[in-house]
Ligand binder design. Sequence first.
Ligand code: SIN
Ligand code: FE
Length: 292
Amino acid sequence: MTAEPARLDAPAPVAVLDRKRAEGAAARLLEHGSVVLLPDLDFDTAGFEDVMFAEVSGEGVKNVSYSPATGELKGTTAEGAAREKLKTLVARYSAWAEELVRDLAPGYAASLQVGRTSYRPRAADHNLSKRKDDRRLHVDAFPSSPVQGRRILRVFRNVNPSGEARYWRVGEPFAEHAARFLPKARAMAPGQAMLMQTLGLTKGRRTAYDNLMLQLHDASKEDDGYQASAPHWDVNFPPGATWLVFTDSVVHAALGGRYAFEQTFYVPVAAMEHPEASPLRTLERITGRTLV
Ligand code: SIN
Ligand code: FE
C-alpha cells in the first residue's frame, strides 16, 4: 500500500469556456460537478489598487466580508475614505457576479438569493483547526447558517497583481464522497435543531440535510488518511480567471494564493435543470429518507 495521493487520470472536471459558450451550458455543467472557468472576463479594478493591496484584512480575520443586503462590511481595519472605497469595490464585485450568474444560468434567476461577498487578500492560514482549514478537501456546509437544501453556488475571481495563481484541489464526485463518509454520520438529538435556533446558534432551523452536510464537511477535514491519499486533481486559477462552482457538491481545497473575490449565492433545488444530481437528492437516495 502506498500513501501517495492518487492523481485521477481522467481530465479534471473543469470546463474552460468563453462567455458565449457558457451561456446556456453553465447550469448543466455546474450541476454535474464541473468547475466552470472563464479565463477572460473583464472586471475593472483600475484605481482601486491602494485598497486592494493594502493590508485590508483585520488581524486574525481571514476575509473581508460584505453583506449586499445590509451594506455591512466586516474583517477590515480600513477606516474612513479607504473603508468606503473598499466597500464600493466589493459591492461592485457582488453586482458583477450576480449579473454573470443571471446571464449564464437564466433558469436560476427567478429564485436566486444573493449571500455574502468576500475579498480574500491573505494566504491560507496555517494555524487553524482542521475543521476550519480550507486547505483540506471538503464540501461546504455552514454551522450557523443552515441552507435547508438550497444549493451553494460561488463565483470566484483571482485578482492577484503579481502573476500568482490560486491553487485548488478538486476531489472525487459527490456521490462517492457521501458514500464514503455517510456511514459515520449521526442524526441530531431530538429537539437539538429547535434548541439551537432558539438560542440563536443557527439562523433558521438546521435540517437533517444540513446536519449530514456538516458531518461530511467535518469528517472529511478531520480524516488525515483521507487527506493524504484522497483522489484529486490539482487546478490552478491564474490572475484574471473567474470560476463558478457548486461548493456544496464539488469536493475542494484551497491550497494557496492571495487576492481573490468570492460571491456566494443560494439556489433552490427546484430551480436545478438536474435536481437528481443535487446533494439533497443524492443524500436522500442513499439514506432512503426525506431530509428537509
Ligand atoms: C473554500 O471554499 O474552501 C475556499 C476557496 C478559496 O478561498 O479559494
Ligand atoms: Fe470550501
